[in-house]
Design a protein. Structure first.
Ligand code: TAP
Length: 532
């Protein structure tokens, strides 16, 4: 199979190329009306193929308008997690014995179903987590890609089982990758369909069963994913959905002795704690964790400034910086520093802050009150220790006052060592620093405990090669005007981090991802019984 020939689901780009962007807008707006009419419903958990009610519920609201309810969701507890893990454990034997070809077919079918309802899913995302329509559709497209790519990987590897020959006469040997059992899957709010679907598919297409917990803020879209998988033929108990807070539901899931492995994407603090807890249990297993980033971009003397300014503005402020891959610190050659910064400020001030339902909206609202408080706090610090060149304020526009809208912020004169230039903030905030030469730029870019995404703007081939050789990062992009650090595509650009940005150094959407969900078994039969 030609590994390079994977066609990504590129909804917006395809419409743009075909000159049918109007259809995209019409379909999206129709879907928003449909989903809005359904909002406010009550959503139980999904355990063993049945709805599961709880006494307590929590309310999710629209980050663009906090008065608008998305829905009521079951607020689970350790007892609900027990039930879900039990259902997943009971379903494991049947599912692991299901022929891999049948599993592949189910996930392909799910991809088709997700494609059929992509506008509904994108509209749900816009309303629930505030992505503008383009970003929302990209999130849905990525989820479809994960379903198709991982199904294709199982097929390409023929179920990860093969003969290893007869090393000495009479010893017939095979090698198999086999599932672990029940996986706990814990997802973040910021790619609530792509990452949720991707981790879940990785666990389940390889023969594990799963108990999945979405971020509390994005529970509705998780219900849509689980419903899609169920309609595609995933048997009862194989995928179970638990909802509730990280401490009430996430923690008991991670601590459960019958959970054999964990797939987690989220912050470094929570990820570290999960890894520690999981390894301290009686039976440790894999923790496949994708964590945060503090993504540096270098603009050298040999850069095309137009590309660099556009790449940084898009990378830093897409989805208001609420991406693990968001550009958050920029090291610019001294000679270009003033011009680069002036142009970045001008471009940033052009970005449209609006309700994400609007076709023109670029800047999204922040997901919750703690993100808003974090934004206000670091902007205050930036005013004290540096210069806020643009932004730094909560949007006071009365039309947007019910949402958590903030201005994209560009800051200079902050020492590279300062915590606001070193920690991940997950808000639209970028610091720009002058550097005397390329070596200093590389040194500062690498001076971080994170190593997720990074960008370079340079037209010099030697510089590009040297940068690839020396930069400590999982995802490396050169001269990417569309975004300096964000926007990876499944298969061609596997996604993951070095250092504290991940635990396994094998990337989502790549060729080495699925084996992490399985354990190796080496089988030898001596004598004729071992012959095929
Ligand atoms: P977190 O606050 O870490 O939450 C992630 C998930 O963990 C949520 O479902 C959360 O539940 C749950 N959780 C919280 N405390 C827990 C605990 N003690 N035990 C078990 N689960 C717990 O992250 P977030 O704010 O949703 O997402 C942003 C972070 O994710 C950023 O750091 C970002 O860089 C990272 N991220 C990384 C990547 C990759 S691929 N490296 C991709 C996307 C995001 P609640 O929602 O109920 O709190």
């Amino acid at each position: 199979m030609d590994q390079a020939r994977f066609e990504n689901e590129l909804t917006v780009a395809t419409h743009r190329n075909d000159g049918t962007l109007g259809e995209f807008h019409d379909s999206f707006e129709d879907a928003v009306s449909t989903v809005e009419a359904e909002l406010g419903a009550s959503h139980p958990m999904w355990i063993d193929g049945e709805p599961h009610e709880t006494d307590e519920q929590y309310t999710v609201t629209n980050p663009a308008d906090r008065d608008r309810e998305i829905g009521q969701f079951a607020a689970g507890s350790a007892a609900d997690v027990d039930l879900a893990v039990e259902a997943a454990a009971d379903a494991f034997d049947g599912w692991r014995r299901t022929d891999w070809r049948d599993r592949v077919e189910i996930f392909r079918d799910a991809a088709g179903r997700m494609r059929d309802r992509k506008y509904r899913l994108a509209a749900t995302l816009t309303l629930e987590n505030g992505k503008n329509r383009f970003e929302a559709m990209a999130d849905v497209d990525e989820a479809i890609d994960f379903l198709r790519f991982y199904a294709r990987e199982v097929e390409r590897n023929e179920g990860y089982a093969f003969d290893t020959g007869e090393p000495t006469p009479g010893q017939h040997c095979r090698n198999e990758l086999r599932p672990f059992g029940v996986f706990g899957v814990v997802a973040p709010f910021n790619f609530p369909i792509a990452i949720f679907t991707g981790m879940l598919t990785g666990a389940v297409v390889t023969g594990n069963t799963a108990v999945a917990k979405p971020a509390s803020a994005t529970s509705l879209v998780a219900h849509e994913v689980v419903e899609t998988l169920s309609e595609a033929g995933v048997p009862d108990g194989v995928v179970n959905l638990v909802t509730g807070s990280g401490s009430d539901v996430g923690q008991p899931l991670i601590e459960h002795e019958d959970v054999a492995g964990v797939a987690f994407t989220g912050s470094r603090a929570v990820g570290r704690e999960i890894r520690r807890t999981f390894f301290e249990r009686e039976k440790p297993g894999p923790v496949i964790a994708e964590l945060g980033g503090k993504n540096p971009v270098i603009v050298t003397e040999n850069a095309d400034l137009e590309k660099a300014v556009s790449g940084v503005a898009n990378g830093a402020f897409g989805f208001s910086g609420q991406k693990c891959s968001a550009t958050s610190r920029v090291y610019v050659a001294e000679a270009l520093f003033d011009e680069f910064t002036d142009r970045l400020v001008a471009e940033t001030e052009e970005l449209v802050i609006d309700d994400p339902r609007s076709a023109d909206a670029f800047v999204s609202p922040l997901i919750d009150d703690s993100a808003l408080a974090r934004y206000e706090r670091i902007c205050e610090t930036a005013r004290e220790v540096g210069t806020v060149r643009t932004g730094g304020e909560v949007v006071a526009d009365t039309d947007l006052a019910d949402g958590r809208f903030v201005e994209p912020t560009v800051v200079t004169d902050v020492p590279h060592e300062h915590e606001i230039a070193r920690e991940e903030h997950f808000v639209p905030f970028v610091t720009v620093h002058p550097v005397s030469d390329f070596d200093e730029a590389i040194e500062k870019a690498n001076d971080s405990s994170y190593g997720l995404c990074t960008g370079l703007f340079s037209e010099d081939e030697d510089e590009i090669e040297a940068w690839f050789d020396r930069i400590e990062s999982g995802m490396c992009y050169v001269n990417r005007e569309q975004s300096a650090t964000t926007g990876a595509l499944v298969q061609a650009q596997p996604f993951g981090g070095w250092k504290a940005s991940g635990t396994t150094s094998k990337f989502a959407g790549g060729y080495w991802y699925l084996p992490q969900f399985m354990r190796e078994q080496s089988r030898t039969v001596v004598g004729d019984a071992g012959r095929e």
